[in-house]
Ligand binder design. Structure first.
Ligand SMILES: Cc1cc2nc3c(=O)[nH]c(=O)nc-3n(C[C@H](O)[C@H](O)[C@H](O)COP(=O)(O)OP(=O)(O)OC[C@H]3O[C@@H](n4cnc5c(N)ncnc54)[C@H](O)[C@@H]3O)c2cc1C
Length: 394
């Protein structure tokens, strides 16, 4: 009888689901996904869940190909020697290959009071808590959103569009990724929605109280609801399992996405750090990384040489409520171009992008191998150039 190869995918997000579906191109692969929730979370719509302008959960039945086993549980330790994953509810799942795709969450804020009184939006349950808190608050109650990366901007805009009085405290620059012109476009649209933007070097929250926030310049803003979007963190499962990680906790891999410690473990998505040079937190990167991790396993099984990752970015598209957006176009290497799109057309593009991520996962479930990533990022050349520069400076 043909030997079955057991692949366990830890994490059923964008990277994990595309990887699991892609592995179905071989019939001798038995695929198991471990995820703590019974439904897929569309994290890119969590600000809509909060504002009541959309849902952010999709049934796995629509996204997982036939024969893929879903275990609703949390992985607590990966034992690379025994090749098994321990589950929170007890028991273990054995594997021949493991794909580490546990994603990311917000960073634990160090600012006094933030952990106690501010709401997070990076994970489904936190977004639900914020939605419920908003439902229980007066519609005129001021809301402060802290952090002006895409998550903070999208959240501020979505809540302002619902008529909430919102202040966005940028912690520095509004949309640091954006060019000056695209930043102005975001600022204009936020202002039209009624968002008060507090930016500049002193635009930092130094304390969060139950009904207010204190800024670095001493000002105290009324804020019965504070949303904390600044910072990035990842689950500590890799570090807890004795695997090498970068300083943030992302699993360190080579350019084929194979762990530097263990050829049977691969990583993809926000929780991966290929060559210690992680890509931007995005499903734009997570999906091609997931497909690539599956491809590396398929290459090994076919006894061929796995390819190095080659991922190209196209931009950063920030929704500003349901009718507006700014899409900063990017070079393939993820640096901003001069060009950007704005307004209603950009909003239509953004909605199409959001829909296409879920369609892409579902299509790969129906037709494994159908997904193809945009290539041309020339990552290897960039990494080689950076290393050569570092060598010269030594
Ligand atoms: C509000 C918001 C808006 C965003 N908008 C955009 C956007 O417009 N465009 C874009 O490209 N990106 C956007 N992002 C970022 C994007 O959502 C993430 O980069 C993306 O979800 C990463 O995909 P992933 O598969 O690596 O991880 P995730 O989608 O986070 O999936 C990881 C999964 O692993 C599970 N998991 C964690 N620990 C364990 C464990 N121990 N055992 C088992 N399972 C575990 C998690 O519960 C989760 O289901 C946004 C994020 C937020 C929060």
């Amino acid at each position: 009888m043909e030997r079955v190869v057991r692949v366990v995918v830890v994490g059923g997000g964008y990277a994990g689901i595309i990887a699991a579906n892609r592995l179905r191109t071989r019939e001798d692969v038995q695929i198991t996904v471990i995820n703590p929730r019974p439904r897929f979370v569309e994290r890119i719509r969590l600000h809509q869940l909060v504002a009541g302008s959309g849902s952010a959960a999709v049934e796995y039945a629509a996204l997982l190909g036939a024969g893929i086993r879903l275990i609703v549980d949390e992985a607590t330790v990966i034992d690379g020697v025994r090749r098994s994953v321990a589950l929170k509810s007890g028991g273990n799942v054995a594997y021949d290959y493991l794909i580490y795709a546990v994603g990311s969450h917000g960073a634990a804020p160090a600012v006094p009071g933030a952990a106690e009184y501010a709401y997070d939006i990076a994970e489904f349950e936190h977004a639900e808590q914020l939605r419920d808190a908003l439902a229980g608050a007066d519609a005129a109650a001021p809301v402060t959103v802290v952090g002006a990366g895409p998550t903070g901007i999208e959240t501020a805009a979505e809540l302002a569009e619902q008529g909430r009085p919102v202040t966005l405290v940028c912690g520095g620059l509004l949309g640091p990724y954006l060019t000056t012109a695209a930043r102005r476009s975001v600022a204009r649209q936020l202002t039209t929605l009624g968002v008060t933007i507090v930016d500049g070097p002193d635009a930092k929250v130094t304390a969060v109280h139950p009904h207010s926030v204190v800024l670095a310049d001493g000002r105290e803003l009324p804020s019965p609801i504070t949303v904390w979007t600044a910072g990035f963190g990842v689950p500590d499962l890799a570090a807890r399992s004795g695997l090498s990680t970068d300083a943030v906790g992302r699993l360190l891999t080579d350019e084929t996405l194979t762990s530097i410690d263990d050829p049977r473990i691969l990583a993809a998505g926000d929780a991966a750090a290929p060559s210690g040079q992680p890509l931007r937190m995005s499903c734009q990167a997570a999906i091609p990384l997931g497909a690539h991790a599956a491809g590396t396993i398929l290459s090994r099984l076919a006894e061929s040489e796995p390819a190095a990752i080659d991922i190209a970015f196209i931009g950063q598209c920030i929704s500003l409520g349901r009718k507006r957006a700014t899409m900063q176009l990017a070079h393939f290497d993820d640096t901003a171009r001069r060009a950007y799109l704005a307004g209603r057309f950009a909003a239509t593009v953004k909605e199409a992008i959001c829909k296409s991520t879920v369609w892409g996962l579902a299509r790969e479930a129906r037709k494994p191998g159908s997904y193809s990533a945009i290539k041309g990022g020339k990552r290897q050349q960039r990494i080689a150039a950076a290393m050569a520069l570092a060598d010269q400076q030594r």
